[in-house]
Design a protein around this ligand. Sequence first.
Ligand code: HEC
Length: 138
Amino acid sequence: MGKLALYRACPILGAGLGKDRLFDPGPLRMNKTIEFVIWLLVCCALCASAAGPKHNWDLHCAQCHGTDGKGKTKMGEKLGVKDLTDPALQAKVSDEDMVKTIKNGVRSGGMTRMKAYGDVLTDEEIRQLVKLIRSFKK
Ligand code: HEC
């Protein structure tokens, strides 16, 4: 489920579950308010976890490598990115190689083809991205 969809669905779900008492003045009202706040917190936690590697991929990588990793984008084709879903490529490149490439970027002939993400992403985020790339394998 997308992040936005979660944001929309959660309060509705929370309000729906507490519907009988949430808007009802009376002794139970405070409890329901607290319950609603807890719902919101749970939802925020869910949304935060949804903004993981896929979010980073779409934000930083997809304009070249494509949302699916195939690299069939304008930028990707111009720069000659390889198909990251290709099992042969996946077999050839180790996790360590991928981490290094993502940290240091790709340069050839004095030109930066892919920028270095070592300062942009944490080690953990990079590790998660490598996992995501592995999941692209056909
Ligand atoms: C400006 C375009 C561009 C962006 C943005 C970009 N890349 Fe790249 N990437 C390249 C190019 C060009 C190469 C070198 C050719 C190749 O190996 O596909 C490359 C290579 C790679 C490789 C090595 C593949 C191999 O064959 O060893 C990995 C892994 C990779 N990119 C991951 C990422 C990740 C993760 C991000 C986002 C954090 C990202 N790239 C963002 C252009 C880009």
